[in-house]
Design a protein around this ligand. Sequence first.
Ligand SMILES: Nc1nc2c(ncn2[C@@H]2O[C@H](COP(=O)(O)OP(=O)(O)OP(=O)(O)O)[C@@H](O)[C@H]2O)c(=O)[nH]1
Ligand SMILES: [Mg+2]
Ligand SMILES: [Zn+2]
Length: 280
Amino acid sequence: MRGQIVKISSDLCFVSAEEQIYPCKCRGLFRKEHIIPVVGDYVLFSKEKKIIEKIEERKNVFDRPKVSNIDQAFLITSLKLPDFSLILLDKFISLMEIHHVKPIICITKEDLLSEDELKLIYEVLQYYSDIGYMVVSNTEINKIRDLLKGKTSVFTGQTGAGKSTLLNKINPNWNLEVGEVSQALGRGKHTTRVVELFPFLGGKVMDTPGFSALELTGYSVDEIKNSFVEFSKYSCPFKDCSHTKENECVIKQEVSANHILESRYHNYLSFIGVDKNEKN
Ligand SMILES: Nc1nc2c(ncn2[C@@H]2O[C@H](COP(=O)(O)OP(=O)(O)OP(=O)(O)O)[C@@H](O)[C@H]2O)c(=O)[nH]1
Ligand SMILES: [Mg+2]
Ligand SMILES: [Zn+2]
């Protein structure tokens, strides 16, 4: 029978098929061949033996959070506690672009900022909308529900950002555990421990454990460069330019002209391992 892994708890994979959940183990061979199942995997399994026989080829797979076969990712981005971080946002966007997954920026905890603080942040977020990213707030529940329809989505972001809280608002039946405010602050308490997939409006949505840091390592300069989608709007006169050295580099000029957000450019440099003060 064919099904999809919706949760993994120690060595048990919970497989959803025909409206039922089957707790299954993996074939012994998997371990020998270093095949590791992740939530989102489509599998062939024996209903009687409760054994997963085969994992189907994945459309994509991520390490952190460990999920596969994703259409879009909501980056749950809190504005305070934990604080808003442009470097985290850009890292996440790059990671999704590299994997051809659509990132959606979802802001939380607007209520913890003053109007002035909020205005400044939305000015920056406007840039992200302008270069083609969707920006939503966790107060726009109907809009988020609409975006989830028919898609496989993952909710990811820092621990304490409000992923599970938002999912509970989207569908109270999920009744996910959420962190206490005081515990979620500073100390990096991880409330959600395992990835869990829920069917929703003809699609699927996954809650995931939050991270405290995100790494963008193991990617080439070209992959990172292409993940900054706005760079492709301009054609640099230098062939294979990494946009770091030449003064006539069009990207550097567009940064100076404030057409490219300076923090994006600096984050680009840091992701490719160039110290912005040494770039000349
Ligand atoms: N003020 C305010 N608090 C919020 C908001 N969203 C979530 N919270 C609070 O933030 C804390 C953490 O929320 P969770 O939903 O557990 O966060 P999480 O992203 O699921 O965290 P992990 O499971 O650890 O990754 C809870 O106390 C929530 O009540 C918001 O929009 N405003
Ligand atoms: Mg959670
Ligand atoms: Zn250039």
